[in-house]
Design a protein around this ligand. Structure first.
Ligand code: HEM
Length: 508
């Protein structure tokens, strides 16, 4: 079987494998007759198949010649078919990227998972791929992910359909739309924090629980607990299939995930019907999507809405949970920063207590130092280390040739860890954000048309949780505090087990 590029629906254009034919001949035929017969038969076969052979090899030959005659970026393509996949997956991916960068520079070629790739780690190249030349590159994901989330989710599209959906999603997560969510997010924080007290928790798992609940509110508005639990169970099952082999056979995680997806769609359809029957789109992103009408007064279909709801929950969940987990890790490792954050939060808390009210959007706007800690966490941890694009046509950039169909990976993490833009990159130093970073050097939420519409919501969640956590609790990392695991986003080892206790000096 030919290797299948996991990021493309099509098999690669490799030359066909030679066929071995076994013929059974009548015993009366002498060897010389046989030879003559075989020679003529071969000649006839060759003549008959010549046009086929020429035409099937031509595109590959032409592609090979076209690529070889142009100046590709430096780099190595590794072994045939395997490329450098083993090299990448048998070491820390960041070591792979930085070794390559040292050897070849900011733009280099490689071959990963059956796909020829160009990796880029200069701000100018990232800007070209994601912003100014964005029309030359389309987003690309493994087909299993597209099947799980749903092909009509905005991630997988370019052009009019994408920009129409992007406007709707963005509108749901603008600061003006988020103001009202502070109360609900605080409510969730006040429910989850006491459940950690005097316990050792797995930070990542708890943050996933919290981030999921916030995502549900953002997407549906307040919903009944039973409905939420049902969606959560199905989503958990779906999530297990995201990184599994796309093998739709009974018993496989992929099969179970596809079944969960079907059930999730049914629940979402029922919710849509209920809201339509009530002539009220309701709250959250679902309300916005249900209320949409274009110039021809066409609405979005049920499957378009369902795919985008699942897509947004997917995008909002693990990413935010990883950032929350890293924030706790960095604050634990840097006591002086924890004290500075606590001082800032205590001042806000005193005001809130005096005015006998809950946290407001305005309070979160004056959490200046805490916001810098979040910015530095996003830089240092670089949750999305890189993203994938695919050249939709042959592209020339800075004298290099990027062939159509090749993957292009802007390496956010390499840019965030470049000493030219962030001096002493391995030092966790929120004060570096007292000065805004140079253009195109800081992209934790991506850049250009596909940049993250949920960045403000993600930061808001962290601020609200950190406000209550630092003013009322302390945490201690248990076991070996260092090391990173990928699942799929980088998180501290074992999900950062921490022991949580209430703060000794607690006047709040
Ligand atoms: C700290 C948490 C988060 C991080 C680090 C993050 C990061 C990113 C990045 C880097 C991209 C761009 C990917 C690319 O260019 O290929 C992206 C896209 C996206 N994010 Fe986030 N994200 C976070 C939280 C959220 C949240 C809370 C939501 C939803 C409310 C969300 C929804 C989306 C969506 C829908 C896209 C696709 C946009 C498009 O294709 O136009 N993200 N995110």
């Amino acid at each position: 079987m030919q290797p299948h590029c996991p990021f493309s629906k099509h098999k690669l254009d490799h030359p066909p494998l030679p066929l071995s034919l076994s013929l059974s001949l009548p015993p009366s035929l002498s060897p010389s007759n046989m030879q003559a017969l075989f020679f003529h038969a071969s000649l006839l076969l060759l003549l008959a198949f010549t046009p086929f052979i020429v035409f099937s090899f031509l595109p590959s030959l032409f592609q090979c010649f076209r690529v070889k005659s142009k100046r590709l970026p430096p780099g190595s393509m590794g072994w045939p078919y395997i490329g450098e996949t083993l090299k990448l997956y048998t070491q820390n991916p960041n070591t792979f990227f930085s070794n390559k960068q040292k050897r070849y520079g900011d733009i280099f070629k490689t071959h990963i998972l059956g796909c020829p790739c160009i990796m880029i780690s200069s701000p100018a190249a990232a800007k070209f791929v994601l912003v100014s030349g964005a029309h030359l590159f389309k987003p690309t994901y493994p087909p299993s992910k597209e099947k799980m989330i749903g092909p009509e989710a905005l991630f997988f599209h370019q052009g009019d359909y994408h920009s129409m959906l992007k406007k709707l999603v963005q509108a749901s997560f603008l600061p003006s739309a988020l103001r009202g969510s502070v109360f609900e997010i605080e409510h969730l924080v006040l429910k989850i924090l006491p459940s950690w007290e005097n316990k050792t928790i797995n930070t990542l798992q708890e943050m996933k629980r919290f981030a999921f609940d916030v995502a549900i509110i953002a997407v549906f508005g307040p919903i009944e607990d039973l409905e939420k639990e049902c969606i959560k169970n199905l989503y958990n099952c779906l999530e297990k299939g995201y990184n599994s082999m796309p093998l739709n056979l009974p018993g496989t995680p992929f099969h179970r995930a596809m079944k969960a997806r079907k059930l999730l769609h049914e629940i979402l359809r029922k919710m849509m019907k209920k809201r339509r029957d009530n002539k009220n789109g309701g709250e959250g992103l679902l309300g916005v999507l249900l209320g949409f009408k274009d110039e021809k007064v066409s609405h979005l279909t049920d499957s378009q809405i369902a795919d985008n709801i699942i897509g947004v929950i997917f995008a909002a969940h693990d990413t935010t949970a990883s950032v929350l987990t890293w924030t706790l890790k960095y604050l634990f490792d840097n006591e002086h920063l924890l004290e500075s954050v606590t001082r800032e939060q205590e001042e806000i808390r005193r005001r809130i207590m005096k005015e006998r009210r809950g946290l407001t959007w305005e309070d979160t706007r004056v959490m200046t130092f805490t916001s810098r800690v979040i910015q530095e966490t996003l830089r240092s941890a670089s949750i999305l280390s890189f993203t994938f694009r695919e050249a939709v046509e042959d592209v020339e950039f800075q004298g290099y040739f990027i062939p159509k169909g090749w993957k292009v990976l802007p390496l956010f993490r390499s840019i965030h860890h470049c000493a030219d833009f962030f001096p002493h990159p391995d030092r966790f130093d929120p004060t570096r954000f007292e000065v805004p970073p140079r253009p195109n050097t800081y992209m934790p939420f991506g850049s250009g048309v596909h940049s993250c519409p949920g960045s403000e919501l993600a930061k808001l969640e962290v601020l609200v949780l950190i406000h209550h956590l630092t003013t009322k609790y302390r945490w201690e990392v248990m076991g070996d505090a260092d090391g990173i695991q990928y699942g799929p986003f980088p998180v501290p080892k074992q999900g950062l087990p921490v022991k949580v206790s209430s703060r000794k000096i607690n006047s709040m």
